[in-house]
Design a protein around this ligand. Structure first.
Ligand SMILES: Nc1nc2c(c(=O)[nH]1)N[C@@H](CN(C=O)c1ccc(C(=O)N[C@@H](CCC(=O)O)C(=O)O)cc1)CN2
Length: 291
């Protein structure tokens, strides 16, 4: 078997095309959506992700406002930058790029974001609405990677209802909210959320119809762990060196041999990452439409 490729680049392009019409409609009402980003420090991955978010905004006609603080910034500097983004009328939605440098309390910073401007769906009010099951197209933003994963499955007609999903990793941006989203009415998956203390990870993966690997361990998920035909979403990424041309060499969480056993497989790069960025744009447009 050679798995069907879950093409995140093509799907993200389709979503961006859909958004341009909504952005034009907003502008005709005098509303220009604007995404703010707050980056603290110089982590190469975060620098590249933030740069990508600004490129995406330019592509679809969303204004973008970039705030960068040095790695030496204090927690008070970060609080001040968040307060300024909350007050900036050009910013209709914004994100605080994670992870923040050691010593800055991430949860405390996320709580300072105005929930109406939370483009990542990571403010406790918006995560709370996910727990409560508040639904509807414009209800509240969903975290971008979980929403991107569900959208990728939906657009490739991979069924979720009654299916068993094993999620590897319980992080804030992927695993934890994804478990909640997949068990929503209408998606209706049964979810096993695994983590570093899970006793027999291979066995948990083997019973899954859909596997989501979001742990940051290169090539952790092996072909012989899989139920033949399972859909596999490779989310985690590790920088494992440099190419001769000076570009970062990336490794996903899924062994390439999985393509011979899986029914569907998202490439990494080119799978869930571009979907994360596209769903961020959607959150920004949704927030501007709520104004
Ligand atoms: N505030 C947030 N911080 C972080 C989030 C998040 O959703 N909100 N998620 C990740 C990083 N992330 C978004 O910020 C992200 C990761 C990957 C990609 C992406 O497009 N990846 C490309 C490869 C890019 C490369 O060459 O490095 C791909 O998969 O094709 C976009 C965004 C942690 N922090």
């Amino acid at each position: 078997m050679t798995a069907v490729r879950l093409d995140g680049v093509a799907t993200a392009t389709a979503i961006k095309n859909e958004l341009t019409e909504r952005i034009a409609a907003l502008k005709s009402r005098g509303i220009t959506p604007g995404l703010g980003t707050l980056l603290v420090g110089d982590d190469p991955g975060s620098l590249s992700y933030v740069a990508g978010k600004h490129r995406d905004c330019a592509e679809v006609g969303i204004e973008s406002i970039r705030v960068d603080l040095p790695a030496t910034a204090s927690e008070q500097d970060v609080r001040d930058a968040i307060a300024a983004l909350n007050a900036d009328p050009r910013v209709t939605g914004y994100i605080v790029q994670l992870p923040l440098p050691a010593g800055i309390d991430e949860n405390a910073m996320l709580e300072l974001i105005d929930p109406a401007k939370d483009a990542d769906g990571l403010h406790p009010t918006n995560l709370g609405r996910l727990v409560l099951g508040v639904e509807g197209e414009l209800s509240s933003p969903l975290p971008c990677t979980p929403a991107g994963i569900v959208e990728l499955l939906r657009r490739y007609d991979v069924p979720t209802s009654g299916k068993h999903v094993t999620v590897i990793g319980r992080g804030l941006t992927v695993g934890r909210p994804l478990g909640l989203l997949l068990t929503r009415k209408g998606i209706d998956a049964t979810v096993t959320l695994t983590h570093s203390r899970t006793v027999d990870l291979a066995a948990e993966v083997r019973r899954a119809d859909i596997v989501v690997a979001a742990v940051g361990v290169p090539h952790l998920v092996k072909a012989d762990w899989l139920k033949p035909g399972a859909a596999v979403l490779d989310v985690g990424v590790t920088r494992v060196g440099m190419t001769e041309s000076g570009k970062a060499k990336l490794a996903g969480d899924v062994d390439p041999a999985v393509a011979e056993v899986a029914g569907h497989l998202s490439p990494n790069p080119g799978g869930v990452g571009p979907m994360t960025r596209a769903l961020l744009l959607k959150n920004v447009v949704d927030a501007a439409e709520r104004l």
